[in-house]
Design a protein around this ligand. Structure first.
Ligand code: ZN
Length: 321
């Protein structure tokens, strides 16, 4: 998990807890003001707890009937609240998450992040990498019916058949990470064949599985790399350290002689040395890819022992015919 985003999510929970406390206080004050009879019971219940505690601190004390007395008082409070038109639990602790009561942690003695904290963290990560504002593009929402099912003369598979296999391969890769068969993926094919959707669906699945993912357009990434190159700095650590780096639309960025290719090579090389996975989508086919990025870079990405090569073919599904 990314420390910065986890801290953000935990700070928000701390704010929520403070808000809960204020709300509890407000309700208590309201009952004290408007329902003195109920408030007397609340005070009686509190006095009972403190008295027992005091006796207990002085030495061995009998408190056998305490739970029973507490239950009776609590039942009376709930009953009277309801009769006066309040919810029965109006004076109970206020929280949003019934599992952790908004502490964000569960388990004893090991305090694991609660589901609610994980969800908040995942949403922050989604927003950070540009998935936050859209309908989630997930494998479940991947609509195969938009791909033509007819086969061209001489072809064994339809575009839909091909996409079914590709979708399943990408899903299996994300599901089995970090034990997947190939470390990297190169998704190639012209625009409008579904590459970005596949990239996003893999990212959603990985985030769900607590994997640290970064999606970045090739344009943005090379801009970052170039800046660090000209400032004689190391590559940004996000690019090097993220478990899975997804580079969208490689080939669309401007090439700067001796810089782009060198920077890209260094990044891929360094990530491979660290055992990190890289997923790239590109409009170029393999021949064009080699021509643009040289054999040296291409060999880092097209070695089928480390990289799953996926070539999408067919009709642009965004064009209505
Ligand atoms: Zn929780």
């Amino acid at each position: 998990m990314r420390e910065d985003l986890l801290n953000e999510a935990e700070s928000e929970l701390a704010l929520l807890r403070a808000r809960n406390e204020r709300e509890e206080f407000r309700r208590r004050e309201q009952i004290a003001r408007e329902q003195p009879e109920i408030y007397a019971l609340v005070q009686e219940r509190e006095a009972l707890i403190f008295d027992t505690l005091r006796k207990f601190l002085k030495g061995p004390a009998e408190s056998k009937d305490l739970p029973q007395k507490m239950d009776m008082l609590s039942a009376a409070i709930r009953d009277k609240l309801q009769k006066k038109g309040f919810p029965a639990d109006y004076l109970a602790p206020v929280y949003r998450c019934p599992i952790c009561q908004d502490t964000g942690r569960v388990g004893d003695p090991v305090r694991e992040p609660c589901v609610c904290l994980k969800k908040a963290y995942q949403q922050k990560l989604r927003e950070k990498i540009g998935l936050g504002n859209q309908q989630p593009e997930t494998f479940e929402r991947f609509d195969l019916s938009i791909f033509p099912n007819e086969k061209a003369p001489g072809q064994i598979f339809s575009q839909r058949d091909l996409m079914t296999v590709i979708r399943d391969d990408c899903k299996a890769w994300a599901d089995s990470y970090p034990k997947q068969q190939s470390r990297d993926i190169l998704l190639s094919g012209k625009s409008g064949l579904g590459k970005t959707f596949l990239l996003h669906a893999m990212a959603e699945r990985l985030i769900e599985r607590d994997v640290n993912v970064l999606i970045i357009s090739a344009y943005m990434m090379l801009d970052l790399l170039r800046r660090s190159y000209f400032d004689h700095e190391e590559s940004p650590s996000d690019l090097l350290d993220t478990d899975v780096l997804m580079i969208d639309d490689l080939g669309s960025e401007p090439l700067i002689q001796n810089v782009t290719i060198e920077q890209l090579f260094n990044l891929l090389n360094e990530r491979q040395n660290r055992g990190r996975s890289t997923v790239i989508s590109t409009n170029l086919n393999l021949v064009e890819f080699r021509q643009r990025y040289t054999e040296r870079v291409a060999s880092r990405l097209t070695d089928s022992r480390n990289c799953m090569l996926i070539a999408l073919t067919g009709k642009d599904i965004r064009k209505k015919t």
